[in-house]
Design a protein. Sequence first.
Length: 199
Amino acid sequence: MDNELSPRLTEAKENKRVVYFADAVHCVWGAFIACVWCIIRIFIPTPSGRYRYNILGCINAINHDLITVCNTSYINALSVLELLGKIYEKHKNETIPVTVFLDNAKYQRCNLVTNRAKELGIELMFLPSYSPNLNLIERLWKWLKKDCLNCKYYDEFRKFTSAIDTSLNKVANGEAKEELDSLLSLKFQSFGKSFYDRA
């Protein structure tokens, strides 16, 4: 936090660096029930859960620009390469450095990805294990599920993916800016050492 994250965020606030936070979310097609209370038993039709919509995204820490790669198969190293390509295209005419903070998933740490990032001049910074509290985009994924999935039922997979795309477009075109600006503040929750770490 003190040695890597905070200094780069300070530079980003001063327009001396671009900082992104990246991660994937896997949305499973099904009924997302928050709470049901009724006297009569109700059966809610829902698919088997075999279909999912995968989104690999990165969000700009300062202006909350969102870049995504979506598919219905898998997120892998090739997906990360596609995301890096999109980041590069967006900033190729700028002179300030670009940093992407991401977790330690194997497909993100592999040589294919790290070598390509070096070629594109993109710095990859890997967050400590088990620290989703330090990854800003985790808050966006929580908002996304609340916006289009919670308490919703889609009878067709295309309607399910369309609803997710609509929410992503709200972020991209600024419709959700006011809500996201407060949600995506640069205040990170930190945790002290656990009892077992102190022992």
